[in-house]
Ligand binder design. Structure first.
Ligand code: NAD
Ligand code: DAU
Length: 341
């Protein structure tokens, strides 16, 4: 591949993906389309400003004319769609932007890619489309979709549109579904960066409900390597699951973080549960291992320590975001919900 378009590249996973791809493939050019919502941050790719293989175009994946003006140029080998509203709690407060970007935006990309006969399309999806597990079992690619939050419903809808385009139009798409990512540049509304930042400032860590919900953690670079493998070697119409084989309850993870940061457990505050909170996610990623030759490389213990070190070293990056107006507005509505008012 010589040139790919990445959408949502100024967010957490997209920015890690772009950096990794440019390091790994010196001949590759990347065009990054991002609307720069509250979660998009040019600082995430500040080191690429002078890189001639990288181009940033500010814009919305729902804007067909804008998308076509980019796909119009010759030599684009693939589109990788990361762009999304990604936070479950926000989708509970207001689901409209989730449907707009995650569903309508995906549809716009699919139609524009068809028009310009883009040879490859990868939809970055999530394990949350499968719903929730009990104590036993794993999500496989055959598990029925049963999304429980407005966020996961919008992602599942997008997956269904992609599936329908493959079936109806022979559209050359692949879908990937991954578990919870951790690593550098994650927006500090998500559990890990929020709790690291709060703990460092001796603020409380709001654990939802009992804290017994389980997530399967994967380092963001392992996810990015999986997306790359699926982009290059995945079969059209197929879904590939990625996970880190690292299941933990939220409360165990919170206690581990506090230990690594040398902070007391008295900072833990049990708060109102997330409405509809999924109990457990766990991924069976054997298909990706067998068909793509992929497997997670980063051991959780080392990856978590490196992640903590990154957030400590890049405290300004976190503080710049946390002082933003948009986040303050959200924080207010959100803390009202947590306290039940
Ligand atoms: P993020 O919120 O950090 O980044 C999303 C990016 O998309 C931002 O840069 C934002 O500006 C951009 N964006 C939003 N709406 C847009 C629009 N209409 N047009 C153009 N750009 C727009 O999200 P993330 O955590 O990096 O997630 C990226 C993708 O990976 C999402 O599709 C998400 O569903 C999926 N995913 C995330 C995880 C995870 O653990 N974070 C796990 C599995 C899958
Ligand atoms: O599983 C993949 C998904 O992982 C992605 O599709 C989503 O985009 C991503 O945001 C993430 O969703 P989660 O809802 O699992 O992530 P979050 O960091 O919001 O929460 C992780 C767990 O921690 C979840 O069980 C809720 C809980 N939690 C979260 C926050 C922010 C708390 O207990 N307290 C908190 O303050």
């Amino acid at each position: 591949m010589n040139c790919i378009v990445v959408t949502g590249g100024c967010g957490f996973i997209g920015s890690n993906f772009i950096r990794l791809m440019l390091e790994q493939y010196p001949e590759l050019s990347i065009i990054n389309i991002d609307k720069l919502t509250y979660a998009g941050n040019l600082a995430n790719l500040h080191d690429l400003n002078e890189n001639s293989q990288y181009e940033f175009r500010k814009g919305d994946i729902c804007d067909r004319e804008f998308i076509e003006s980019i796909l119009n140029q010759s030599g684009i080998d693939a589109v990788v769609n990361f762009a999304a509203e990604s936070h479950v709690d926000r989708s509970i407060l207001d689901s409209t932007p989730f449907v707009t970007t995650n569903v309508n935006g995906t549809l716009t990309l699919l139609d524009a890619c068809r028009t310009h006969e883009i040879p490859r399309y990868l939809q970055v999806s999530t394990d949350e489309v499968y719903g929730s597990l009990g104590d036993e079992g794993f999500f496989t690619e055959e598990t029925s979709l049963a999304p429980n939050s407005p966020y996961s419903a919008s992602k599942a809808s997008a997956d269904m549109l992609v599936r329908s385009y493959v079936h109806t139009f022979d559209f050359p798409a692949v879908i990937t579904r991954c578990s919870n990512n951790y690593g550098p540049y994650q927006f500090p509304e998500k559990l890990l960066p929020l709790f690291i930042s709060n703990a460092r400032n001796d603020q409380q860590l709001p654990v939802y409900g009992t804290g017994e919900n389980v997530r399967d953690w994967i380092h963001v670079l392992d996810h990015c390597r999986g997306i790359d493998a699926a982009l290059r070697n995945g079969s059209v119409g197929e879904v590939y699951n990625f996970g880190g084989r690292t299941e933990m309850t939220n409360i165990a993870l919170t206690k581990l973080l506090l230990k690594l940061l040398d902070k007391p457990e008295s900072l833990i505050k049990y708060v109102n549960d997330r409405p509809g909170h999924d109990q457990r996610y766990a991924i069976d990623c054997e298909k990706a291992e067998i068909e793509l030759g992929w497997s997670p490389q980063v051991r959780f213990k080392e990856g978590l320590q490196a992640t903590i070190d990154w957030y400590i070293k890049n405290e300004d990056w976190v503080n710049n975001i946390r002082s933003g107006d948009y986040l303050k507005y959200y924080d207010q509505q959100y803390s009202d919900r947590l306290s039940g008012s």
